[in-house]
Design a protein around this ligand. Structure first.
Ligand SMILES: [Zn+2]
Length: 695
């Protein structure tokens, strides 16, 4: 430094002449200003590089450790502390509803109703002087709930104008049978309780439910799953629509008998959850006393990670969705825990609050035309949090958007924010917001809009959800989407939501009843699984066999005809499944007609493989006589000798003019020619063998 100064002085003294004055001044100015110039560039450079939402989203996904399900291993789930349990709901097959004599299983179209009833929810203090969180949330939504009632399937009980009739004994016995199959300890007396149901899906605000058994166990092929309990309960209404402040339900399903099987959180990876769920569903179906079809079985899946919270994914309609849903949920919680650490490092939750400005009319974009009130909201220290990865294709801002829809009734799209991957606002509009809100470097902001009356709830909802981010994972129920992600549904109901039903007397269960029901139990699912395995039936057909409860039918056919189990298992689990999907089957398909079919083939000394040709016609016309089916498919009897006599002719035809014969091609070509004639008249594998001998 000193050397430089010395050189500079020498330079100055030597060249300080008139001509060189300007040069020297230029040099002086450069040495003086250049550092400022660089400093200035530095600032500009920092601003330009300041923040990229896309980069932040990608980076936060990486930091969360997210991997697609295909790449995840047990080690991945162990590191996250994956824990999951199930609540499996299954409708029982009864003629009547659970607490009244209305028919069960009669459904109406949305517009088919005789009366409408409108209700509003209002929270009241509990006996302990507290408000339930769900009740408060539902009250905030200011929903007007309409129930559409059809005389055919609802009476005054469903709308709480008549006390309950005695519990449906048929439903009770079905449920007890399933409880025993689950190896639960059956209660001595059935106590009917009321479970608070505040989302409006039950007009009374509660569901009548009774625990039938506790502490059971299911033996899956590779692990045991413990059961907490099994209850019998009434089903809720079906939602027709939920737009803004109006929600409409129909009451056809309301009050239908249902069982709920609750497991401990014993599943340690997503596949295991699906396996356990299938097992419970198959067990229920093995009794033949439950309803099947869309909506007859629904699952709530509870998931948590290490340090997370039990989050309930409600009403999963397909078990095949479970692995992706649970995988994404456990990572969502993991991401929320990372956000928690980021926020707590930046600031303290106690001092944190939003600030907002009314900017109605300020932004002139098509989305906000007729938007009502438009508010800009500043979220201090939320930069990088808004675009933080949460689930595939979702970021933290989506958590806010989900709550705004449900709690403040702001329909989607309901949010513009500072970290959108595809910004909806131009530079000018963004600057207008920045001038209004004056956000700091680490702040984020949102724009929301809607009816003026909804704004206080909307602002409160934003502040509440952002504050929750300092604590990690909020307790909530979430709705499943077909892409394997979830959205906010409700605040998780409090623990104190059960109280005795003063309208019902306890029902004693005597030992004789239990013994009688226990005498007719189907064999255990694990036994059926092992039987199929020992018979060599391929494992990929089990799901169809169990889900349609075809195991008893399979046993009956084997018993009556001596057809190999592998053949019948594959016929029912693969060929029948294909035919049902491709030949216009109507549900419910009368599977039991297949046992007389095989009996008839045996009686007429026709080979059982003929059933494969008959299947498309039987599936399309299940009431058609089997003789007519045979005529329809053009079946003709041919002696085995006559069929085999074709082989030499076909062989010479195939070989004509060829040098070098592909034996496999030749075999397939000839089998293709003879298959139709042979089917039913002789065993195709015998034909194949005879052909091979002659080749
Ligand atoms: Zn009724």
């Amino acid at each position: 430094m000193e050397i430089a100064t010395l050189n500079e002085k020498i330079y100055c003294s030597v060249f300080l002449t008139k001509k060189s004055f300007w040069l020297t001044l230029l040099y002086r100015m450069t040495t003086f200003f250049v550092p400022f110039l660089f400093l200035n560039l530095g600032i500009q450079k920092r601003t330009c590089m300041s923040f990229s939402s896309q980069k932040n989203f990608n980076e936060s996904r990486k930091q969360t450790g997210y991997v697609p399900r295909k790449e995840a291993t047990q080690k991945t789930y162990d590191q996250l502390g994956f824990m999951s349990g199930l609540e499996v709901h299954q409708q029982l097959l009864t003629n009547e509803k659970l607490f009244c004599h209305c028919p069960a299983g009669i459904y109406n179209d949305d517009d088919d109703f005789n009366a409408e009833i409108v209700r509003h929810m209002r929270p009241t203090l509990s006996e302990l002087g507290e408000y339930d969180g769900t009740a408060l949330m539902e009250f905030k939504t200011r929903k007007e709930i309409t129930y559409r009632i059809n005389n055919e399937n609802a009476c005054t009980y469903e709308i709480d104008d008549t006390p309950p009739f005695p519990l449906n004994r048929e439903a009770l016995e079905h449920a007890l049978e399933i409880s025993m199959l689950c190896k639960l300890n059956i209660v001595g007396e059935v106590h009917i309780t009321r479970k608070q149901y505040l989302d409006g899906s039950i007009p009374t605000g509660f569901q009548r439910t009774a625990i039938l058994g506790i502490e059971g166990e299911l033996e899956l092929p590779h692990k045991k799953i413990r059961l907490i309990q099994l209850s019998i309960e009434e089903d809720a209404c079906r939602e027709i629509s939920d737009i803004g402040h109006k929600r409409i339900y129909k009451t056809d399903r309301l009050g239908m008998p249902l069982i709920e099987t609750v497991t401990y959180p014993d599943c340690v990876n997503p596949e295991e959850v699906r396996e356990a769920c299938n097992y419970i569903r198959f067990l229920n179906r093995s009794t033949g006393k439950v309803r099947t079809g869309i909506g007859a079985g629904r699952e709530d899946v509870n998931v948590s990670c290490k340090g997370g919270t039990r989050v309930e994914i409600k009403g999963v309609a397909h078990t095949k969705w479970i692995p992706e849903l649970t995988h994404n949920e456990v990572f969502r919680q993991w991401a929320l825990l990372r956000i928690k650490r980021i926020l707590n490092k930046r600031t303290s939750a106690t001092a944190w609050k939003i600030s907002y400005q009314d900017i109605s009319g300020l932004l002139r974009i098509p989305l906000l035309k007729n938007a009502g009130k438009v508010m800009a909201v500043k979220l201090p220290d939320f930069q990088g949090v808004l675009s933080h990865f949460i689930q595939p294709g979702r970021m933290f801002a989506d958590e806010l958007s989900g709550r705004l829809k449900v709690i403040a009734c702001l329909e989607h799209p309901n949010l513009i924010h500072s970290e959108e991957l595809k910004p909806q606002l131009g530079k000018e509009d963004r600057e207008k917001i920045i001038r209004k809100l004056q956000p700091g470097e680490k702040d984020g902001w949102l724009v929301i809009w809607g009816a003026e009356a909804d704004m206080p709830t909307a602002l409160e909802t934003i502040e509440e959800r952002c504050r929750m981010a300092f604590d990690g994972v909020p307790k909530e129920t979430r709705k499943s989407l077909p892409d394997g992600t979830t959205v906010f549904e409700r605040v998780l109901p409090g623990a104190n939501r059960m109280y005795p039903d003063t309208d019902s007397i306890p029902i004693p269960l005597d030992d004789q009843d239990i013994e009688r029901i226990g005498q007719h139990l189907p064999e255990e699912m694990i036994a059926r699984y092992n039987t199929l395995k020992n018979q060599g039936v391929p494992e990929d057909v089990y799901t169809f066999l169990f889900s349609k409860n075809l195991f008893p039918l399979m046993e009956k056919i084997i018993h009556e005809t001596d057809i190999p189990p592998v053949y019948i298992g594959t016929f029912l689990g693969e060929k029948l499944k294909f035919a049902l999907h491709h030949y216009g089957a109507r549900w419910p398909f009368p599977f039991k007609i297949l046992s007389p079919l095989f009996a008839l083939l045996k009686e007429n000394q026709l080979h059982h493989q003929l059933a494969e040709s008959m299947l498309p016609t039987i599936v399309a016309y299940p009431k058609m006589e089997f003789d007519s089916v045979l005529t329809a498919i053009g079946f003709k009897r041919h002696p085995e000798k006559e069929i085999l006599a074709h082989i030499p002719i076909l062989l010479s035809k195939f070989r004509e003019g060829k040098i070098g014969i592909d034996k496999v091609k030749e075999h397939n070509w000839i089998m293709g020619h003879l298959r139709k004639t042979a089917l039913g008249n002789m065993d195709l594998s015998v034909l194949s063998e005879k052909l091979r001998q002659l080749q």
